[in-house]
Design a protein around this ligand. Structure first.
Ligand code: TTP
Ligand code: MG
Length: 352
């Protein structure tokens, strides 16, 4: 398998960070999300880092949190606000790669293979992702980068908050970590691992495969491979329904077809540049008229392609075939759909 490079982004104490954004006077105070309508029933969803110092953590009964941190500020969940913030963050993340997998309200995997030219790029890209999210939304996140989703996820949790952890050599990175760091090995299973002599991930790596099979069955093979730095998993999601698009709203509605075609060409180039190692099968244009009614027209080729010339030509055709009236236009967009990754292929502008 070719070696993918995966970044995992996990927002820092996300719900609490959202509340701090709403009310900046909470800064520096212990904030706990998990009251129920002003009472102390229920469990803690999250706590900011100030509250964590008192021993408060997610899933703890709120009543116990109140005992540990009586001066904390207890707030109810405002899920709609958190979802809106999450959507904005995920939208920014989607600009880094066509292969993104959101796995919860505050975390996502990003396949950054196409952005990487040398190993030193891993850190640069992770920093760019972190600063992009921070400067555009005000939220901090932690980022992990590795050759598999599992390692990237472990890495993003390694230096929280606002940390970046780059893992080139996953075996030595994982070796000293406690066995419970592996996603899926919860608090309840850790004592069992400890009982059979496995405390750290390297303890697991040292066991032979028969021992592993005997104690964990088939599932153990995957864990054993991970511990030995041999496990590679990638984002499982299919690029089939994914698309890349760009659009522009004119400052003033435009009638001149030449101007519109030039803008479409510019958008085609922008979209094409984001394709990197992907091919498209469908090319679409979107046109919004001055009265806001919007149409999209698309063409699907029989095979995947990766030529800017082909995209531009198709866009011109779609435009002249379908836009025959002379209504002023407010917005135009270009979309490439049904993406497919071409392994080991980098595009150049020479395709034009
Ligand atoms: P996490 O990413 O697990 O936690 P977090 O973002 O609060 O803190 P960290 O800095 O350690 O990443 O979860 C994301 C959000 O999901 C969290 O802010 C609240 C919610 N959540 C719950 O509602 N219940 C839970 O048990 C957990 C773990 C999270
Ligand atoms: Mg988080």
């Amino acid at each position: 398998m070719d070696q993918r490079v995966i970044a995992h982004v996990d927002m820092d104490c996300f719900f609490a960070a959202c509340e701090l954004k709403k009310d900046p006077t909470l800064k520096g105070k212990p904030v706990i999300i998990g009251g129920v309508n002003g009472t102390i029933r229920g469990v803690v969803s999250t706590a900011n880092y100030e509250a964590r110092q008192y021993g408060v953590h997610s899933a703890m009964p709120t009543a116990l949190a109140v005992k540990k941190c009586p001066n904390g500020i207890y707030l109810n969940c405002d899920m709609q606000y958190y979802k809106n913030a999450s959507n904005r963050i995920m939208h920014l993340i989607s600009h880094f790669s066509p292969i993104v997998q959101q796995t919860s309200i505050d975390e996502a995997y990003i396949d950054i293979t196409h952005l990487v030219e040398s190993k030193s790029d891993w850190l640069k890209i992770a920093k760019r992702i972190r600063s992009n999210i921070y400067y555009r939304t005000g939220y901090t996140c932690s980022v992990g980068v590795g050759h598999s989703t599992t390692v990237a996820k472990i890495a993003s949790g390694h230096q929280k908050p606002s940390g970046i952890t780059i893992v080139h050599d996953c075996k030595s990175f994982l070796a000293p970590l406690s066995i419970g760091t592996i996603p899926g090995i919860g608090k309840k299973s850790v004592p069992y691992y400890n009982k059979i002599g496995i405390h750290t991930i390297s303890d697991l790596a040292k066991k032979d495969i028969f021992f592993v099979l005997q104690h964990f069955g088939k599932h153990g093979i995957k864990l054993h491979k991970l511990a030995r730095g041999e496990y590679r998993n990638e984002i499982t999601f299919s690029t089939k329904d994914k698309s890349i698009s760009n659009e522009t709203t004119f400052d003033e509605d435009v009638l001149d077809k030449k101007t519109i075609l030039l803008t479409l060409q510019h958008l085609a180039l922008k979209t094409y540049n984001r394709l990197k190692s992907y091919e498209y099968k469908t090319v679409s244009i979107k046109i919004r008229f001055s009265d806001f009614h919007t149409i999209t027209r698309s063409f699907t080729f029989t095979q995947h392609g990766n030529s800017l010339g082909e995209i531009v030509l198709k866009i011109q055709q779609l435009f002249s075939e379908h836009i025959t009236n002379s209504e002023p236009i407010r917005l135009v967009g270009v979309k490439l759909e049904q993406l497919n990754q071409v392994v080991g292929k980098q595009q150049t502008l020479f395709a034009y």
